[in-house]
Design a protein around this ligand. Structure first.
Ligand code: NAD
Length: 363
């Protein structure tokens, strides 16, 4: 099969890690007789340097015409880079926000997986980690508190700030369906997280999730209050499979969940719209402190590419291949600096990509 992929290398370590992800995708293409056609797109600082703005309309068009977007990361050192002397709407991050909005990417998926081989990096006690955990946070990305009306005013010498949290049932339904669809590809369990004991928006959330759940009889689901969920994530993370939640709760819980895996260089993510289309990128930033040194961990980007195969291209076997190769390589003891442990073999960015390619092709 043939797929068109818009590729945004971005800034900092972005080009280095994206190169490795493409290498791994090419190995999969070779093994399964697919064609991945890449079109490179400038965004962030790289686009500012060439076009004076972080994302051009032409770049958005290339992304819209492709089957999916694979991205490294954007941005520079926020204290020293000249990009940060520009007004906020011209800075690198504005490009990413514009792209997400233009592509209507309302569903943000962040897997939090604790690999057996990296258990030592997890800040939780061994008895809590148990057999490890492998969960997916499904966060609504374009509604709720972050997109509501806001204002700050002063009256009689007293400052008052106001933010509003609004969801309509359609916005909830589309993200809930996404959550249950993903659960069908995993172990068929959804935990919907809200604050229905206090918030009207959460009560509507709960009602709509219950309606959607009726279409997925194979999926077991439960509701959990967000404060309890925050506690359960560090008390018993193994109980979760898919966590489905609104924008702000998802923002906080996904950071909490990802941090208990202990390794920022391993965390993939996907942002999807209501078709198969998605933007796939590592959860970490552009790491300007280590850019150009050949030491960045490319695995989060490579695992994001695996998500692209699974969620945008329906190539589950191929995605499994990449994920299994990552496990095999970690088991064999290869580590980039960020996940290095005593007695393991230290490798650089390119070497990690090469070893994965060999593992996938069985060489
Ligand atoms: P960061 O994630 O780039 O780096 C935090 C720390 O983790 C650094 O020490 C870095 O070296 C390390 N690190 C990150 N990824 C790594 C990898 N793959 N391998 C090894 N080590 C890794 O966060 P930051 O320093 O706060 O931000 C740097 C820039 O990235 C900023 O301009 C920020 O705005 C941007 N940023 C972009 C995105 C994105 O593109 N989606 C996300 C977050 C931050």
């Amino acid at each position: 099969m043939k797929f068109n992929i818009a590729v945004i290398p971005g800034d900092g370590i972005g080009p280095e890690i994206v190169k490795e992800a493409k290498k791994v995708l090419d190995a999969v293409a070779k093994k399964y007789d697919h064609v991945f056609d890449y079109t490179e797109v400038l965004m962030g600082g790289a686009s500012i340097d060439v076009h004076g703005i972080p994302l051009t309309d032409e770049a958005i068009e290339v992304c819209k015409k492709s089957d999916a977007v694979l991205m490294g990361s954007i941005g520079g050192n926020t204290s020293t880079s000249p990009w940060y002397r520009l007004s906020p709407d011209k800075r690198p991050e504005a490009g990413l926000l514009k792209l997400r909005k233009s592509l209507n990417l309302f569903a943000n998926l962040r897997p939090a997986v604790l690999y057996d081989e990296l258990k030592g990096a997890c800040p939780l006690k061994e008895e809590i980690i148990g057999d490890g955990f492998d969960m997916m946070i499904m966060r609504e990305l374009t509604g709720g508190l972050y997109f509501g009306e806001r204002s700050t005013k002063e009256e009689n010498g007293v400052m008052t700030a106001h933010d509003s949290l609004t969801y309509n049932e359609n916005e909830i339904r589309r993200i809930a369906k996404r959550g249950f669809d993903i659960a069908m590809k995993r172990s068929k369990k959804v935990t919907s997280v809200d604050k229905a004991n206090v918030l009207d928006s959460s009560r509507l959330w709960r009602k709509v999730v219950e309606e959607v759940a009726k279409d997925y009889p194979e999926v077991t689901y439960e509701h959990m209050l967000v404060d309890n969920c925050a506690m359960q994530l560090v008390k018993n993370p193994g109980q979760f499979d898919v966590i489905l939640t609104e924008n702000m709760f998802g923002d906080i819980l996904s950071d909490e969940a990802s941090m208990v895996t202990g390794s920022i260089g391993m965390l993939a993510s996907a942002s999807l719209n209501d078709t198969k289309f998605g933007l796939y990128e590592p959860s970490h930033g552009s790491a300007p402190d280590i850019a150009g040194q050949g030491i960045a961990n490319p695995l989060a980007t490579i695992l994001s590419a695996a998500m692209m195969l699974r969620y945008s291209f329906d190539l589950d076997k191929e995605a499994d291949d990449i994920e299994n190769a990552v496990k095999t390589v970690l088991k064999a003891g290869y580590r980039t600096g960020d996940i290095m442990q005593d007695g393991k073999t230290s490798v650089g960015t390119v070497e990690m990509g090469d070893i994965l390619v060999k593992t996938i092709l069985g060489e």
